[in-house]
Ligand binder design. Structure first.
Ligand SMILES: Nc1ncnc2c1ncn2[C@@H]1O[C@H](COP(=O)(O)OP(=O)(O)OP(=O)(O)O)[C@@H](O)[C@H]1O
Ligand SMILES: [Mg+2]
Length: 460
């Protein structure tokens, strides 16, 4: 098997605003391995997902929990990656959102900056990674780190991230100091998607593709030209651009609307009880995120939402109409479409209107939303087609590409041979690895599909 050429272990961290992941390639590995096992609250290890929540909780006796292990009793810290950016650079929707203000307030209360929270979280992720990957001494001697940051974030974020990695003890994991390389998130996503969707999209030399990673808080775009199909070679033709957008705050908008609808339909004389924020969040996660927002296609007239009887003395069903949902999503959808359109426009100008990108390749959590995909397809002119990962484990591929950037895997093609399903999700993939058409080997990966975000319950 052709292999990762140097004697260095390459480690890639995808530090996401809402979910993070980590993958690595040992010398000799052809395909990077992404971690799929994460500790959870009961010390039980959930082996389902290739990404883990970017969340921390700190108990009064200073016990820090992270990822699936956070405790809702200790008010978890979430979205703290946003604190790495100067507040005035954040969009108004984010700056003024109660959720963001709450994050600022909570971090100030415990005297922790965004960098300190990032460092605490990355330190936990790293410790778990080292104990899971079990490197030998020689491997520990030479490690190189690849880390991605959203397109367009200021230079200062790289310095802050490096400091966070140092303070977490990550850079000192290797005797000579771990070398760090930064990549833009859309560069990484583009490498993964073009490589992975090459067969499905039937790319030909000179085709162009816009890649758009719409994640939990940032949307990033870039445009590549396919220079040659076999071996696959690409060239960046429109530079990366990104912005923070309010997708993570859509749930907060739902909670506000829920309160308004409840107040407007409350039975006369009904007792009003104080519903805690934690209770509302848990309710919204299931009733909104999972049942309405994630599958919303725009074809539905309304979604019924059952209100628990103990909230105001009477169980009843509220309706969330299509227009309610479209309104809640409007600014996030517009941000994604505007950014993609700017890349499309740049291609038009560059080619003097002679060529359009063949595809918009969508990835990131929001790309799972059918309404967004449809809105983008309607907005994008001409023959450009919107394409997304269907049955793939986006996380694994996203991480894999970050390693791709640092290793010599030019000409590598992955062909999916079999996909095993578990429940509504994908459980495992078996694939053939080829370089320039020659079979190098077969690999299998245990994966988790995006939508179900529940933690596996302990088997007692
Ligand atoms: N079908 C869907 N529709 C809309 N949102 C979805 C869907 N599936 C998952 N999500 C959301 O996607 C987010 C996770 O996406 P992703 O892992 O790409 O974000 P991230 O990497 O943490 O964010 P970023 O790249 O912006 O830092 C979660 O907020 C999740 O609720
Ligand atoms: Mg991301």
């Amino acid at each position: 098997m052709a292999a990762q050429p140097s004697g260095v272990v390459i480690v890639a961290i995808d530090f996401g605003t809402t979910y993070s992941g980590i993958a690595f390639a040992r010398p000799g590995d052809l395909v990077p391995k992404a971690l799929h096992t994460w500790p959870s609250r009961s010390s039980h290890v959930s082996a389902k997902y290739s990404k883990v929540p970017t969340a921390l909780s700190i108990s009064p006796d200073n016990d820090t929990q992270w990822g699936y292990g956070v405790s809702s009793e200790n008010e978890p810290f979430v979205l703290f990656k946003l604190l790495l950016v100067r507040q005035d650079l954040l969009p108004q929707t984010v700056q003024t959102s109660p959720l963001f203000r709450d994050i600022q307030k909570k971090s100030a209360l415990v005297g922790m900056t965004g960098r300190a929270l990032a460092s605490a979280y990355l330190g936990k992720l790293w410790q778990h990674f080292l104990s899971d990957a079990r490197f030998n001494e020689q491997e520990r001697n030479e490690m190189q780190l690849a880390i991605t940051i959203p397109a367009g974030w200021p230079e200062s974020v790289q310095a802050d991230m490096t400091a966070a990695l140092r303070e977490a003890g990550i850079l000192a994991s290797t005797p000579g100091g771990c070398n760090v390389r930064f990549f833009w998130e859309p560069q990484a996503a583009a490498h993964a998607m073009i490589l992975d969707l090459n067969q499905e999209c039937g790319f030909e030399a000179d085709d162009m593709a816009i890649v758009c990673d719409c994640g939990g808080a940032t949307v990033d775009c870039i445009t590549y030209k396919i220079e040659s199909v076999s071996p696959l070679q690409t060239r960046e033709v429109v530079g990366s651009a990104g912005r923070l957008y309010g997708v993570a705050f859509i749930r907060a908008g739902f909670i506000l609307l829920l309160k308004e609808k409840m107040a407007a339909t409350r039975p006369p004389g009904a007792l009003t009880v104080a519903i805690t924020d934690a209770e509302l969040e848990a309710f919204a996660e299931i009733q909104w995120d999972q049942k309405i927002f994630h599958p919303f296609s725009g074809d539905e007239l309304y979604f019924p939402v059952d209100i628990p009887a103990h909230w105001d003395g009477e169980s009843r069903t509220l309706r969330f109409y299509k227009a309610d949902i479209v309104n809640l999503m409007a600014s996030a959808v517009r941000d994604v479409c505007d950014l993609v359109m700017a890349q499309h426009q740049a291609v038009s100008e560059m080619t003097k209107h002679a060529q359009s990108p063949k595809y918009v390749l969508l990835c990131g959590g929001f790309s799972g939303n059918p309404y967004l995909r449809d809105a983008l397809q309607k907005r994008i002119p001409g023959p450009t087609k919107v394409q997304w990962y269907e049955d793939h484990d986006y996380g694994r591929l996203h991480l894999a590409c970050e390693i791709t950037l640092s290793t010599d895997v030019q000409g590598i093609e992955l062909e999916v041979l079999a996909i095993s399903h578990a429940g509504t999700g994908v459980d495992g993939i078996e694939f053939a690895v080829r370089r320039n058409g020659a079979l190098l080997g077969r690999e299998s990966a245990r994966v988790g599909y995006y939508a179900p975000l529940a933690v596996e319950e302990p088997t007692t």
